[in-house]
Design a protein around this ligand. Sequence first.
Ligand code: AMP
Length: 608
Amino acid sequence: MERVIGIDLGTTNSCVALLEGESPTVIPNRGGYKTTPSMVAVTEAGKRLVGHIAKRQAITNAENTVYAAKRLIGRKWNSPQVKNTLMTSSYVIVEGPHDDVRLKLRDKTYSVPEISSMILQEMKIVAEDYLGEPVAKAVVTVPAYFNDNQRQATKDAGAIAGLDVIRIINEPTAAALAYGFGKDLDKTVAVYDLGGGTFDVSVLEIGAHGVFKVIATTGDTFLGGEDFDARIIDWLVSSFAAEHDIDLRQDRMALQRLRDGAEKAKCELSSVRETEINLPFIISTGRNEALHLQKTLTRNTLESLTEDLIERTTTICREALNDARLDIDEIDDVVLVGGMTRMPAIQAAVTTYFGREPNKGVHPDEVVALGASIQGAALLEDKHEMILLDVTPHALGIMTFGSFFEELIPQNTTVPTSQAKVFTTSRDNQTAVKILVMQGESKNAEENELLGEFILTGLRRAPKGEIEIEVTFEINTDGIVSVHAKDMETGQAQSIQVTATSGLTQDEITEMIHSAKDYLVERRTDEDFEGAKQEAETLMAEIEKMFPEVERIVASSDFGRDAISKARTVLERAREAISRKDADAVREQVEGLARTQRMFKGVVSRAQ
Ligand code: AMP
């Protein structure tokens, strides 16, 4: 039987699910985890690592480990979001050939869809391992507020991963599907989705017989957990600078450790009121002396550092309700999605804004993939009674004389939809007409996102104004835009030359599909235990090599002696797990070994 998997390709974590019988089920990866970090790395030996294994080595290989690639997908090199990421990322971002963004890992440069394809491929493998058979089709989710360039780039990522992406659906819509599936509800719900990198709010009507109709959607594709972490990092960096007059950001490894420590503290503060951020040997003074970072962060401080971010989300909720022309009391239920909604201040802000406790019935990390799997099954087999009507998050239009934006399809129009417009020549014998297609909400075309230049070529020679070309702008159910044109007089299709303004050409995608296949062969030969053992043994060898030197450097302090004894215990546990041939236990120890190795490397490099 043909299967379709649902993939939530997240900024921080990704998740894959499948509809088994009538129940949508998340598929755990080999380590038993239900989500996989959206991280990709290349090791010194040129090996590609994806997921947990990439995350574990991120600190010691910061420059060659990509995280949060979703924040860059489909973006132009010159966009403010790319500029912002350039300043804070520990990996190298360079300009691509189509005004796009490329990422440099070791000696190779990758497009962002290629990096995302590696994550999609990993999720495909997770599903295939579980099912014991190949999987070809998938429904992949994107933030509702993604524009056409971002959607197209995500689709390209699917193609490079060897997946037939049968539908792209919006994350909050997927969450609503999972929330209402099989329940025969009649409700208006708001989905508040704050993940690692993006924020979306959608308002939906869920009607009888499985009709899910989105009324309005809005959001910010550059607002998420990463921004909360960044606030903690700023706080740590400035207090460290005040104390020691050293800028921790100058050191990639220190920055990656700060990022790790900040995220961990943020998550802990969702259940405790204060936590300690403890990063020993974070940097050297240059006088042969290593410094430690030790700070207590309280929930109150975190809340005041991030108050404006939380406020931005409620402002966006207000916009969504305005767009939906609904009052707050017309919302029957609020569904929270995304890891960040575990933060108590966010739950409190949502409760205050909507005047009701949000629904606690869905799992914030899993619900999007579950919804995607439901949609996948519904598309494949006709038996699930379900109708999904989504909207376009941005207005579609063209640039007219004087840089004005002429809107053709308004925001929140149900898709699929199309709109035709007649163009004519402005000069005698004019053989080409250029149309700039864009998406956005500003009257000023330059502030909107340029999707492409469509050039109608080979027009018949005629006096000006005589030729009329009807151009149809279409948005399909994936939210992807296409443009067709025909000569009004002859009825013939008019050829259009599309200049991609970002993203990839077809040739580039084909080439990338080939190289992705080679990798798959390599990945499949990795045996479970052998893989974990190898990883553990490499780390153990490195730690043991550094042991005498680290002991010499730190043995004089209590802090150092304690660190040494903990390292010994970690090595002992790892040896024991290997001798038992227990893959899960070895994998568990790898975390501790990686931490120890990072700390040792820090000590040794600071002392040099
Ligand atoms: P998602 O994209 O839905 O996987 O959300 C990931 C984001 O949620 C990341 O920024 C995480 O740091 C954050 N997150 C996960 N768990 C928690 C938690 N318990 N408290 C606060 N934030 C969390």
